[in-house]
Design a protein around this ligand. Structure first.
Ligand code: UD1
Length: 434
């Protein structure tokens, strides 16, 4: 079992190149299923979530070929099989995009209930509402979601989302792209990856307008053609390195980014006293000698992203004074707080509100990556703590950060990936029980 062993007290200096956006890639890869021809996708992040989706496409019969580390060619022209492997699908949240993509391509889909990080209840009722409105019959049986377009093809319609949902907005865009007629999504999410998915589909012949606003209009097309598309840089990966630079009191140039996507994070970091200088496609972050307290509320884009909440939480343990985080998206996104407490953090949680008594010295401890972004928070806390921190369950981190340890070590972190043999683990458990 691999773990990160982090030597604390390091300060990040240097530069880091941001990879392609995970949350765009995990929708664009399934979207390739709808394309009649070869899609060349550039800036694909090398993370386990994209690997899994590419494996799913291969199992369905797609030809998938890497041209270099981040460029992949996908040809789904000959895909006939709709039976995606259950075990792979249930591991990732984004497998729900196969519903929209398969409904568009085949008029029917069979997928699992999505997996992914556990932040409490994560229903897919808005996805189902959208597919049903487009004319699909949706049934959930034996762990599978079955959807079938009545009459063989979906029909455009007007859909009002009861909740601002990134996944539902993107899934409905996918399904509506090859539907007959016009679809209008109201109260749509506005995240940058939604614009990226729409741009990808438009570059392959779709007609989607308004992505990035709360009303998206899709004129259904008969077919999509192949082409080349470059995925945008990852907002959350960039934000994580910005917070890591600020928390360690370092100075880091974060390259290959879109500064506009980071405004909410830059603004909050500036409130802590951190210097953030924006350039055309990079941002320089200079940590302050002492961090100030701030309050944070997570909201849909362009608000402060919920995925940045745990890394920001790690930073607020160090900021002087009392900071309050209010989680505006999920019911249960504070599991990582218990892990920070093991390192000496003082945090009270009441429902969606967490109060951080900052200015504490963190001390290294064995901690768990409870989920992807919580894992990143543990690594940031570990770099700032005195002594050694061991982070378990790092497979979560590898779902969404390309070469996380390599990038951090290149900036002065001291993190080793150590394989702890299972027998040793079991032995430790036996010893601790007896
Ligand atoms: C996506 C991101 C995730 C991010 C989240 C919010 C991917 C693969 N994941 O997740 O990293 O944290 O956006 O920015 O892109 N909801 C419903 N019914 C639904 C759908 C959602 O009630 O049918 C609720 C959710 O429980 C949550 C809120 O709406 O409380 C927002 O969820 P949503 O935007 O859909 O998140 P995901 O697409 O799952």
């Amino acid at each position: 079992m691999e773990k990160y062993v982090i030597k604390g007290g390091t300060v990040l200096h240097g530069e880091v190149e941001i990879s392609g956006a995970k949350n765009a890639a995990v929708a664009i890869i399934p979207a390739a299923l709808m394309v009649d021809g070869v899609c060349r996708i550039e800036n694909v992040p090398q993370i386990s979530d994209t690997d899994m989706l590419l494996t799913i496409l291969k199992e369905l019969g797609a030809k998938v070929r890497y041209l270099n580390r981040s460029t992949v060619e996908i040809d789904c022209t000959k895909v006939r099989n709709q039976d995606a492997p259950y075990d792979l699908m249930r591991k990732i949240r984004a497998s729900y995009y196969l519903i929209g993509a398969m409904l568009g391509r085949f008029g029917s889909s069979k997928t699992t209930m999505p997996g992914g990080c556990n932040f409490g209840v994560r229903p897919i009722d808005q996805h189902i509402k959208g597919m049903t409105a487009l004319g699909a019959q949706v049934d959930i049986r034996n762990g599978y979601v079955y959807a079938e377009a009545v009459g063989g093809r979906l029909h455009g319609t007007r859909i009002y989302l009861d909740k601002v949902s990134v996944g539902a907005t993107m899934n409905i865009i996918l399904a509506a792209t090859l539907a007959q007629g016009r679809t209008i999504i109201e109260n749509a999410a506005r995240e940058p990856h939604i614009v990226d998915l729409a741009n990808f589909l438009n570059s392959m012949g779709a007609d989607i307008r308004g992505a990035g606003t709360d009303t998206v209009k899709i004129n259904g097309t008969e077919r999509l053609h192949g082409g080349t598309y470059t995925i945008i840089p990852d907002q959350i990966e960039a934000g994580t390195y910005m917070v890591a630079a600020a928390a360690t009191g370092g100075e880091v140039l974060i390259k290959n980014i879109i500064p506009k996507h980071l405004e909410c994070i830059s603004a909050k970091l500036r409130e802590t006293g951190t210097i953030v200088q924006e350039y055309e496609d990079c941002v320089l972050v200079k940590g302050a000698s002492s961090l100030r307290r701030v309050n944070v509320k997570t909201l849909p884009y362009p608000g402060f992203p919920t995925d940045m909440q745990p890394p920001m939480g790690a930073l607020l343990c160090l900021a002087n004074g009392t900071s309050v985080i209010t989680e505006g998206i999920y019911d249960n996104r504070y599991k990582y707080v218990n892990e920070l407490r093991k390192m000496g953090a003082e945090i009270q949680v009441d429902g969606r509100v967490a109060v951080f008594e900052g200015g504490k010295r963190l001390t290294g401890a064995p901690v768990q990556a409870c989920d992807l972004r919580a894992g990143a928070a543990m690594v940031i806390a570990g770099m700032c703590a005195s002594g050694t921190t061991v982070v378990e369950d790092i497979h979560y981190i590898e779902r969404g950060y390309e070469n996380f340890v390599g990038k951090l070590n290149a900036m002065g972190a001291e993190i080793e990936i150590i394989d702890f043999p299972e027998e040793e683990e079991n032995l430790k458990k036996i010893i601790s029980v007896s």
